[in-house]
Design a protein around this ligand. Structure first.
Ligand SMILES: *[C@@H]1O[C@H](CO)[C@@H](O)[C@H](O)[C@H]1NC(C)=O
Ligand SMILES: *[C@@H]1O[C@H](CO)[C@@H](O)[C@H](O)[C@H]1NC(C)=O
Ligand SMILES: *[C@@H]1O[C@H](CO)[C@@H](O)[C@H](O)[C@H]1NC(C)=O
Ligand SMILES: *[C@@H]1O[C@H](CO)[C@@H](O)[C@H](O)[C@H]1NC(C)=O
Ligand SMILES: *[C@@H]1O[C@H](CO)[C@@H](O)[C@H](O)[C@H]1NC(C)=O
Ligand SMILES: CC(=O)N[C@H]1CO[C@H](CO)[C@@H](O)[C@@H]1O
Length: 453
């Protein structure tokens, strides 16, 4: 018995070591490639300036009237994600934002909760001082007000000037929660909001229904809210607290976990505050106000019970599924977890997260999320859906229905590195942007397929 538990502990530590090495190596790789990209760009620039050859100053084309009237397409990043301006010239969406004239890529913090991200997204677009809401801030122990967006990216945003959202992973839930907040008129001083401010939501590997990966990374399966004492997430927690406490200005400008409203810097908290954060008495991890609790099955159930699918908005979803039994077709960052997720069993001594839960339903995955979770929101009631054949293109769309496809790809096929997905990258983003621009319009009467062009 004792020998068995030692073996289990050693196995756990080996697994922890391996996965922390894989994740830190990948993180470091992203970070250094961003730095190298920036440095070489700066060198190139100064070299060209110096020689004064072939140098053409970048001219910004005056935006035409037409462009100004295009509704913006807003790309919302997922966990560990970043928007325009972070990590130098690296693009989370691997340059997809250049495929259209009017695309916005907000930076919403890489580990903050879905709730905090949705609040930030609103003020990023509308402009003003981010207001996290009085009650939420009190309960979660952070400042009520955050960053000031002096100029919103789309101040005219309203029912007559709606927006398209495209969310990757957790970003899809952020867009849904923001739409619900707009419907609930949850922004003080903006009493006129409604669900109709959103024209469409498109999810790329959207985290609608939670993921069993959170338990493998270290969330407790019994509540989906607290962390196991020895786990990858504990290492991550310690790292984040240290990063925010040290508060190195240039580094935080370069990459930010988004916890500034928790005041974790040494300047504000001192050594005592550091101890409190580390011991789990203060900070985002103490109150569960960060992204991981929102991505467990239980956390998604809590969130989804408040979120509606509205009958005036268009919804599309691309669920991803890693090629079965081809572990090398998956990114090395995800391959161990993909394998573990395909064998995941909910501990038999605990009550399952919902009635009718079956392990095998959750085995198909993309290395980060379960395919079942990505097609459409399923809880507490199945939202209306329509499966779209992989190759079919033209279709007449109706609002209030989740149109979904299942795509063979892993969780990061369509972000960071566009070479990995090859032609599929262009196919998917072209399809999304074209649909936003040509087919998704707010109209009184449904348009028949032969009238689409
Ligand atoms: C330097 O900049 C020019 C113009 O933007 C570009 O065409 C060229 O590929 C760059 N070279 C390197 C090494 O980045
Ligand atoms: C964080 O610091 C600001 C001032 O820098 C203060 O106004 C705010 O109340 C602080 N918030 C918390 C939660 O300590
Ligand atoms: C609020 O929205 C309605 C349309 O839903 C519009 O008629 C009205 O002018 C708006 N009011 C303000 C103050 O923007
Ligand atoms: C859409 O939903 C609203 C209430 O949520 C309802 O009043 C309206 O009749 C619905 N419209 C359609 C076309 O189903
Ligand atoms: C679409 O592709 C997925 C995986 O690539 C596959 O499992 C599914 O059966 C395909 N669906 C159709 C209708 O071809
Ligand atoms: C948390 C959640 O939404 N769970 C749902 C995920 O999908 C299964 C299968 O349809 C539902 O039964 C769950 O309620």
């Amino acid at each position: 018995m004792i020998a068995a538990s030692w073996v289990a502990l050693i196995f756990l530590l080996c697994e922890l070591f391996l996965s922390s090495v894989v994740h830190s190596v990948y993180g470091l790789y992203i970070f250094t490639s961003a730095v190298v990209g920036d440095v070489s760009e700066a060198l190139n620039f100064s070299l060209r300036n110096f020689k004064l050859v072939n140098f053409e100053p970048k001219t910004v084309p005056p935006s035409s009237n037409f462009e100004q009237h295009l509704p913006p397409i807003v790309l919302v990043h997922g966990i560990f994600g970043f928007g325009k301006g972070r990590l130098g010239s690296l693009s989370y969406f691997a340059g997809a934002e250049n495929k259209d004239e009017r695309v916005l890529v907000p930076d919403l913090g890489s580990l903050t909760s879905i709730y905090d991200r949705a609040r930030e997204l609103f003020f990023y677009l509308k402009g003003g001082l981010v207001d996290y809401g009085e009650e939420h801030s009190r309960v979660c122990g952070h400042s009520r007000f955050g960053r000031l967006y002096e100029q919103g990216q789309y101040p005219e945003w309203d029912e007559d000037h709606p927006i398209h959202f495209v969310g990757h992973s957790a970003g899809a839930q952020v867009a849904r929660l923001l739409q619900q907040m707009l419907a609930d008129k949850a922004f003080e001083g903006h009493r006129n909001t409604s669900e109709n401010w959103v024209l469409s939501i498109t999810a790329l590997s959207g985290a609608f229904n939670g993921t069993t990966r959170t338990y493998l990374d270290g969330m407790q399966p019994e509540d989906g809210d607290t962390m196991k004492p020895i786990s990858l997430l504990q290492l991550c927690r310690v790292g984040v607290i240290a990063y925010d406490w040290l508060d190195i200005g240039w580094l935080k400008k370069y990459y930010n976990f988004g916890f500034d409203h928790f005041n974790m810097s040494w300047k504000k908290k001192g050594v005592l505050g550091l101890m409190k954060c580390a011991l789990g008495k203060e900070g985002p991890f103490a109150y569960g106000d960060w992204i991981l609790p929102d991505l467990t099955i239980q956390g998604s159930m809590r969130l989804n019970s408040r979120l509606q699918t509205f009958n005036t908005t268009y919804y599309f979803s691309y669920a991803t599924k890693a090629p079965a039994r081809r572990i090398f077709g998956i990114h090395p960052l995800l391959s161990i977890r993909a394998l573990q997720m395909s064998r995941w069993r909910f501990p038999s001594d605990l009550s399952p997260p919902y009635k009718g839960y079956r392990d095998e339903d959750w085995h198909d995955n993309d290395g980060a999320l379960n395919t079942i979770s990505m097609t459409h929101p399923r809880f507490p009631i199945e939202h209306p859906t329509h499966f779209v054949h992989n190759r079919s293109q033209s279709q007449s769309w109706e609002p209030g229905i989740w149109y979904y496809k299942i795509v063979e790809a892993d969780h990061i096929s369509f972000i960071i590195n566009r070479e990995r997905a090859g032609a599929q990258f262009d196919l998917i983003y072209n399809e999304i942007f074209e649909r936003c621009r040509k087919h998704v319009l707010r109209r009184k009467q449904p348009i028949l397929p032969n009238q689409e062009h």
